[in-house]
Design a protein around this ligand. Structure first.
Ligand code: FEO
Ligand code: CA
Ligand code: CA
Ligand code: CA
Length: 592
């Protein structure tokens, strides 16, 4: 079967067959090296990482926790011929039980009981993102110390609210009576790099950080739909803005796409409200044939939607600065998948269709802040947790990762979400009509239903050429390399659920091998696979190992007794989320 997959796919590497264990594995012929880990220095003056003596001040200068999205922006070759580039990385969230000694392992409810002000401030400094400069020399990729580009973004970094909702009454707080500036970004999951060289980083489960109750607050339906307040972290104990009763509008200032100029560490990140407010997974796009930028976006929650944003203006390829605020004006639309394989994008435009003042949408700000409610009013299809959405520029086809949805009932099954109690997820392929990413119409097909194809009741549809190691569950992040090959990273595989850890699989989308997957990389137990991003020459594949050693399968894991100590494997050192650079031994394109 492995031979069949070799013949039928564009993934000729020897398939990875490693059993789940405490470390990473990559397909033979490749090398996977840790580039940077939680606690490593990013900014000048950063102290050496000491997990037992950590401070918020140190963390703000060091690489943050739970690296998720990774984007690479090439800077060309240095004087010594070494390749250089900027790496931008999201720090999605924190695991107190793995970061701090003595945390009593329990299901967090407003955080662990021992969360002091200093520990909360460490967490806030470990959120956000990082910009690092890296270079590839004889020793492989390394971080450039003292780079002028180096930056840490945290939950306290001042940001601007931009676009149609900026200044709206719902975005005003005691600290910001104008509704124009906000401190920090939260739970940034995936993202994108724009053709004009900026970093789009997307706020996902922002509800977790807010505490209190919904009682007596306005917009109850919208709050409920977001699961606000999420009561998962202890931040409101020490920072009033996260207490829903004390600052009811603060949560409205999160759930946006944030645009950051990685070339200017002094620049103010801008929350692009025109792109809508929901639990943004990512925002990856393409310049449409007519020159406008199109960003596809998933809203990662069970029964939520797939969105698309099209700029009004055309991208100026000659002058990056001319695109500075291009994301402030455009049309947000939501996907409707019809049973016959056709589909349409319905625009979220105030005054059109049901988006009227009578229905609660008096302004475009109403539509954007409550994008989920507007999408529902338009009849958007309720999906099985839409995660990354990526375009294959060679074919114009768009791939939607749908992680899982164990609550869908038989009655709620539809063509684009074909399984009830969908434990393993699936991938939908969208083909824009006439290749127009800004047009209204598309067709769609399920590329693959995930899970073990040898177990009939799972209903998986990997091609028969897929080996026992080749199938996977829970697609989350993805990347298309410059040869047009789709790579899928997973979140949710565990020894108990699938007999494998999360990792990266190559998935053939074309020809007779369509729907064949091959296993390429695996993470340590407890980890999730994030990041995947290729350099322009496909010679390096960056992946992000998130929360190695998180509790799973009934194994409670903590700082004091972690299930793995990857990547250091030193006594007293907890596992550390890390970005890994994968290259081919002897050079060449990864995965060939
Ligand atoms: Fe943060 Fe949708 O995964
Ligand atoms: Ca993630
Ligand atoms: Ca994700
Ligand atoms: Ca996920």
């Amino acid at each position: 079967r492995a031979e069949a997959a070799d013949e039928l796919t564009r993934f000729p590497f020897p398939e990875l067959t490693a059993a789940p264990d405490a470390t990473i594995h990559v397909a033979e012929g490749h090398e996977a090296k840790v580039l940077i880990s939680w606690g490593d220095p990013v900014l000048p003056g950063a102290p050496a990482f000491d997990p037992k003596a950590q401070t918020a001040a140190a963390q703000a200068l060091q690489f943050g926790y739970n690296n998720d999205f990774v984007g690479f922006i090439p800077l060309g070759d240095g004087p010594d011929g070494a390749a250089r580039g900027l790496l931008v990385v999201n720090h999605e969230y924190t695991n107190e039980e793995l970061m701090f000694p003595g945390m009593v392992p329990q299901t967090p409810k407003n955080g662990f009981s021992g969360m002091t002000r200093e520990l909360v401030d460490i967490e806030m400094a470990a959120h956000g993102g990082a910009v690092i400069e890296i270079r590839r020399g004889a020793e492989g990729w390394q971080v450039v110390p003292g780079s002028k580009y180096a930056r840490r973004i945290t939950a306290e970094t001042p940001m601007a609210l931009a676009g149609p909702a900026a200044g709206d009454a719902r975005l005003k707080t005691h600290a910001d009576p104008d509704g124009l500036s906000v401190k920090g970004m939260l739970n940034n999951c995936a993202g994108g790099i724009t053709p004009w060289g900026t970093w789009l980083t997307c706020e996902e489960n922002f509800n977790y950080y807010f505490s209190g109750t919904r009682e007596g607050l306005p917009d109850a339906e919208a709050l409920k739909r977001f699961g606000l307040p999420g009561n998962a972290f202890a931040w409101a104990r020490h920072h009033d803005r996260f207490d829903m009763q004390k600052e009811p509008n603060e949560a409205n200032r999160f759930g946006w796409v944030v645009e950051i100029d990685p070339f200017d560490p002094a620049s103010t990140p801008r929350k692009r409200t025109a792109m809508g407010r929901f639990k943004h997974e990512g925002a990856a796009g393409i310049v449409n044939a007519d020159g406008r930028y199109v960003a596809y976006q998933g809203d990662d929650q069970k029964m939520e939607h797939v969105y698309r944003f099209v700029t009004d203006a055309r991208v100026d390829r000659a002058d990056a600065a001319a695109n500075r605020d291009i994301l402030d004006a455009g049309t947000l639309a939501v996907a409707v998948f019809h049973a016959d394989g056709s589909g349409e994008w319905r625009p979220l435009v105030q005054g059109e269709g049901p988006l009227t003042p009578e229905k609660g949408f008096a302004t475009q700000a109403d539509v954007l802040i409550h994008a989920r409610l507007a999408a529902s009013a338009l009849g958007a299809t309720r999906m099985d947790r839409p995660e990354d959405v990526e375009v294959n520029p060679q074919t114009g086809k768009v791939y939607v990762m749908l992680t899982a949805n164990d609550t869908r009932t038989e009655a709620e099954v539809d063509g684009a979400n074909p399984r009830a109690k969908n434990a393993f997820g699936h991938i939908v392929e969208i083909t824009p009509k006439d290749g127009d990413h800004a047009g209204r119409a598309f067709t769609w097909e399920v590329l693959v239903r995930c899970g073990d194809p040898r177990v009939a009741e799972v209903g998986a549809t990997f091609s028969p050429a897929t080996s026992a190691h080749g199938w996977f569950a829970n697609p989350d992040n993805c990347a298309v390399d410059h040869q047009g090959r789709l790579w899928v990273a997973t979140d949710g595989n565990s020894h108990a659920s699938t007999g494998r850890t999360d990792g990266v699989w190559g998935v053939e989308t074309e020809g007779p091998g369509r729907g064949t997957a091959k296993r390429f990389f695996s993470v340590p137990i407890g980890a999730e696979m994030c990041g995947p991003y290729f350099t322009p020459d496909d010679a390096t594949f960056f992946v992000a190992v998130q929360h190695p050693g998180e509790s799973e399968d009934g194994r409670v894991s903590s700082f004091d007794d972690p299930s793995t100590r990857w990547p250091d494997f030193e006594d007293g050192m907890p596992p550390r989320p890390s970005v890994v650079a994968i290259t081919r031994i002897g050079g060449g394109k990864v995965g060939t």
